[in-house]
Design a protein around this ligand. Sequence first.
Ligand code: NCD
Length: 317
Amino acid sequence: MSFRARHLLGIEHLAADEIVTLLDLADEYVAMNRGPDKHSNVLSGMTQINMFFEASTRTQASFELAGKRLGADVMNMSMASSSLKKGETLIDTALTLNAMRPDLLVVRHPNSGAVNLLAEKVNCAVLNAGDGRHEHPTQALLDALTIRRAKGRLHRLTVAICGDIAHSRVARSNLILLGKMENRVRLVGPPTLMPAGVADFGCEVFDDMRAGLEGADVVMMLRLQRERMDGAFIPSEREYYHRYGLDAEKLAHAAPDAIVMHPGPMNRGVEIDGTLADDINRSVIQEQVEMGVAVRMAAMELLAANLRRERAEAAHG
Ligand code: NCD
């Protein structure tokens, strides 16, 4: 097994072989999670603290379940109410928590880079559960596992990532991961929702859905992230759905066996047609949620192993 990372801050820092190691282990956890005994003790004796400075349903639940299934003591801290004071507050909170000797710290924060900053101040393993528009590594890993299981491989696929790219850490982490695994990524959406410098990303950019979806193996839809928009990025939701919302007619341009993905939470009738999202022959949205737990279990096991090794080495001088 090869997994050298000390923290899971972003896909940016992972090598292709580390991604494969993590996904292989996650496959084992999928099997375990489907069985009658969902419990192991690889994290027993360890303390996991989940610090969410931003609202989250599935990611927080998924990390909590993953830690509990691996036998860790899990504590959830809801930080949403204190998120107004950033900077100093974050570091102070980190130092306070660090003094309680956690082993795994799972952090979501509205500011890009905040989780990296925090990782420098603590001596446990830090997992980024989403920081601003920067990265959301476990989401990209669970998407990768979903794709690998549905398509039988994770290379040489054409993946169309569609919608609000500019505000999306999910898009960013996926773009990096899919690139590292040698897939062809297309970004599809209105020019107002493309990040600055998109021309330098090394992927094809489309503002027409039908052209962008042509022959794609995977169609990944993104939520319109209104909370990150500080002006008018789209004319109206109705117009947006008309041009960029995924429905059966637009999907017909993709490969006949193309899968439909969405990280959730979904705006039905805005970026995706509700019936299509529920179509189990095309949509793998529920599988994504299932893979999320397994991927987080794998990530925490691998980081915990590295942490234990590092501590043992330190203890032996
Ligand atoms: C995503 C997030 O929070 O970045 N959701 C998630 O983690 N499942 C995407 C989103 O909020 O649209």
